[in-house]
Design a protein. Structure first.
Length: 77
């Protein structure tokens, strides 16, 4: 389970659904944990988009389980 102590660390995600797998394909599997708030976490992609204008993606994921992503492990940048 992610908590405030994980903010600023990198998280390896894998996709579960087609939506999740597409996001991983577009932005990579390593995401920065920007904020943990209650039962969700705000993540920012490490890689810029490969298919659209070059921007980072930000998204909220549900904790402890998210329907689109598996949280695999904390990784070094």
């Amino acid at each position: 389970m992610l908590d405030k102590t994980h903010e600023g660390k990198w998280l390896l995600l894998t996709g579960i659904t087609v939506h999740g797998k597409n996001r991983i394909r577009e932005h990579g599997g390593v995401w920065l944990i920007e904020k943990v708030e209650g039962c969700r976490a705000l993540l920012r992609s490490r890689e810029l988009s490969k298919h659209r204008s070059p921007v980072f993606d930000r998204r909220w994921i549900d904790l402890p389980l998210d329907k689109n992503f598996n949280k695999e492990k904390i990784v070094c940048g």
